[in-house]
Design a protein around this ligand. Structure first.
Ligand SMILES: Nc1ncnc2c1ncn2[C@@H]1O[C@H](COP(=O)(O)OP(=O)(O)OP(=O)(O)O)[C@@H](O)[C@H]1O
Ligand SMILES: O=P(O)(O)OC[C@H]1O[C@](O)(CO)[C@@H](O)[C@@H]1O
Length: 339
């Protein structure tokens, strides 16, 4: 087997806390391998010069959410011609393997590049946690913590001025992982997620029930993508306002809103994400040394594993069953699973 000398790393799609820790994990195993990075995702391969990582003090950067490598959404990998340009550029620099840190779209591109002649390895990095083959994605735990921090504060103002209804809209793309975990950990009363149906009438009657029995307040967590009349477009915000309006009409009470938005994606990583990222970065290098490509590094049963990229991109990740069961038992979800 030909010894691997040069690896390039990119971050692609939405950023997530923990990028620097992935790099830190890679460098500590650097031995006989040169590691380069490109700023700006797939576009960066075409438009920028590689950065050699040995020159950078990663120890300090490890704890920061201000990433050494910037990310982007780019058009190039979506066409065969674009991918051919990316492969040509990487080969001209003598790169043996490309490591792609990103979400499902980025990993799809990595799968296609591998098929077309550029060996790639994927690392699941997205706050949404919506990637098949891994229990957690890098950035997810930090994003859930952001939601929970807000809910803790909300409980206090809600307690101080009782009798009110609060609605918090959270990120998560087309999945409800952040909303479900955030709502449970943050003690919300109701959670609205894209995987389950939600009739405003049912939500309204549950709100009335809670206000009557507890006599204090109601906190609702709503996923950003729960549109019924059209498809969700990444970055869309405001569906909670629409649902809130319907609830107001049904109950005759005001719904008070907070749309969390990008605040959930920025900031320093929590230790859980730093440690996950460090291990995935280190494992990726180890795997490349063992001649692996065409895989994603996943996290299952407390350890890193390799999952074929083809499997990752052709399957949908289910919600955590235990969390879903608890939310249903507590009547935080009023609806049925969407098939
Ligand atoms: N079907 C596809 N084929 C080829 N390349 C793709 C495809 N989908 C996405 N990509 C590439 O991956 C990049 C990132 O994809 P996308 O914007 O969907 O984010 P992501 O990686 O899914 O992360 P996140 O959902 O967390 O933002 C795109 O800008 C594009 O370059
Ligand atoms: O930064 P953009 O392109 O507006 O995308 C926002 C989307 O990206 C994500 O943060 C995932 O990276 C989603 O949670 C969110 O809907």
């Amino acid at each position: 087997m030909k010894p691997i000398k040069r690896i390039a790393v990119i971050v692609s799609g939405g950023d997530a806390p923990g990028i620097n820790s992935v790099l830190f994990g890679m460098i500590s195993k650097n031995n006989d391998i040169e590691i380069y990075g490109f700023n700006g995702g797939y576009d960066g391969i075409l438009n920028s010069e590689p950065i050699y990582f040995k020159d950078i003090n990663l120890r300090q950067a490890n704890v920061s959410g201000n990433s050494i490598l910037q990310t982007s959404r780019s058009a190039a990998p979506r066409t065969k011609e674009g991918r051919a340009k990316i492969i040509k550029r990487l080969k001209s620099l003598g790169i043996d393997t490309l490591i792609v840190c990103g979400g499902d779209g980025s990993l799809k591109a990595a799968e296609l590049l591998t098929e077309e002649g550029m060996p790639c390895l994927g690392i699941p990095l997205t706050i949404d946690n919506d990637i098949y083959g891994t229990e957690f994605t890098i950035g997810y735990n930090t994003a859930v913590k952001r939601v929970v921090d807000v809910l803790y504060n909300l409980h206090q103002t809600a307690h101080n001025m009782p009798g009110r209804i609060f609605m918090v809209e959270v990120f998560g793309g087309k999945s409800g992982h952040i909303a479900l975990a955030g709502a449970l950990a943050g003690g919300a009363d109701i959670v609205i997620i894209p995987e389950m149906t939600r009739r405003p009438e049912d939500i309204a009657s549950r709100i009335k029930e809670i206000l009557k029995s507890k006599n204090d307040y109601v906190i609702i967590v709503c996923s950003e993508s729960v549109y019924d009349t059209r498809d969700y477009i990444p970055g869309d915000q405001g569906i909670s306002m629409e649902i809130g309006k319907k609830i107001e009409e049904l109950i005759g009470m005001r719904v008070r809103h907070s749309v969390l938005g990008y605040f959930q994606r920025g900031g320093d990583p929590d230790p859980a994400d730093s440690l996950l990222a460090l291990q995935m970065g280190s494992f990726a290098i180890e795997s490349i040394k063992n001649g692996k490509s065409g895989y994603m590094v996943g996290w299952n049963h407390h350890r890193c594993v390799l999952v074929p990229l083809s499997k990752v991109v052709s399957n949908r990740k289910e919600l955590d069953n235990n969390l879903l069961k608890i939310a249903l038992e507590k009547e935080m979800i009023i609806g049925n699973e969407i098939m």
